[in-house]
Design a protein around this ligand. Structure first.
Ligand SMILES: [Zn+2]
Length: 367
């Protein structure tokens, strides 16, 4: 059954787009200078981040429609309603709210604004989807029946649901006021997100220098993680999946019941039960949940539980992929990400993967 569905999805994608070979998550460095740096630390950090995104892009078969116009209109009789869409995100370096003035997006693209900034406590990184908004206007003769019909027609012209992936948010309400009150409800799919990593590793406030960062983070994704260090690649994987809606989207929320139970069929089929599968915070798989790496089938803690041991690396597991399918993404789990470096790492680490959990490793939490 899985193969049939995969084949159908591929056929559809090819017929519409011709090729989707380089689609997927795109990293946007507009708000950071860190990753432009030429120091060894920064070059390795950027390479690890991009490797994590490449591995996600190899697993998710994105089918996201293009957003071609920031403003849509609908007409009924002599009334024309307009909806002007707005996206926002957190500047990953300053945390300031940024409004994207005119959001269009190519088919299959999801854009993430990345950076480094001071985080307190044991948080290694944070990631999430951007915000959405819309402004409404109308022109014409304007009477109650026409206004509603025009708004409904404009909302129907929205390209922002995009197709696959979770509903990130739904905007709903009424506009224009009595007696022209017109209701609307518009769903938004995955379009933009933000993620950042901690650069205040001594927790004394402010951004630390490369030497301090290098003693805290293990930046090089092509070598095994040094004891006591936090793996940058693993955190990049985790935060990118948050940006795509894991733990922070309307669809995710709709699948969590009783606070910690998961009702998505794919994850339940993968692990047997959704009872207690969600962490108490509501945004992660329960801490310590084990699954199997897509890369080599070895047992490993899932990427999307809330924490990671120092000295260890995670790669995507079958349960992480099942959660993505529950969020309405299509996964290409037969096309395992096999960058030579990651494969070498996982093979080298295979014998000690379980033993590491018994070591008195220091744990770090993260969003
Ligand atoms: Zn998290």
């Amino acid at each position: 059954m899985a193969h049939l569905r995969l084949a159908a999805a591929l056929t559809l994608a090819l017929s519409i787009f011709g090729s989707h070979a380089d689609a997927g998550v795109v990293l946007d460095y507009s708000d950071t200078t860190f990753f432009d740096g030429s120091s060894t630390v920064r070059v390795k950090a950027k390479a690890a981040l991009e490797a994590a995104v490449a591995d996600i892009n190899a697993v998710i078969d994105f089918n996201l429609g293009a957003i071609t116009n920031d403003v849509v209109t609908g007409t009924s009789g002599s009334t024309t309603a307009t909806i002007d869409f707005r996206y926002g995100y957190r500047n990953p370096t300053t945390n300031a709210t940024v409004e994207v003035p005119n959001t269009t997006m190519p088919a299959n693209e999801f854009r993430i604004f990345v950076g480094m900034r001071p985080l307190s406590g044991s948080t290694l990184g944070q990631g999430g989807p951007g915000s959405v908004g819309a402004g409404f206007g109308a022109s014409g003769f304007f009477n109650p029946g026409e206004a509603q019909a025009a708004v409904t027609a404009a909302a129907a012209a929205s390209e922002h649901r995009r197709g696959d992936g979770p509903v990130m948010a739904t905007l709903s309400g009424t506009v224009f006021g009595s007696p022209n009150d017109s209701a609307y409800s518009i769903e938004f799919g995955p379009t933009i997100g933000n993620l950042w990593f901690d650069d205040d590793v001594d927790n004394l406030g402010g951004s630390d220098g490369d030497a301090a960062l290098d003693s805290f983070w293990h930046f090089d994704h092509t070598t095994a993680v040094d004891a006591g260090k936090n793996d940058f690649y693993s955190v990049a994987l985790h935060e990118t999946l948050h940006a795509l809606g894991v733990g922070g989207s309307e669809t995710w929320d709709s699948l969590v019941t009783n606070g910690t139970d998961w009702t998505g069929a794919e994850a339940i089929a993968e692990i047997g039960s959704g009872i207690g599968l969600i962490d108490a915070g509501g945004a992660h798989i329960t801490d310590g949940t084990m699954s199997f790496r897509l890369s080599d089938g070895m047992a490993q803690e899932v990427v999307m539980d809330p924490s990671i041991f120092t000295g260890t690396r995670k790669s995507l597991t079958t349960l992480d992929a099942a959660f993505l399918r529950d969020l309405n993404y299509t996964t290409q789990i037969t096309a395992v990400p096999e960058p030579s470096s990651l494969l070498a790492m996982t093979l080298a680490g295979a014998g000690t993967g379980l033993l590491r959990r018994r070591k008195p490793s220091h744990r770090k939490t993260r969003c």
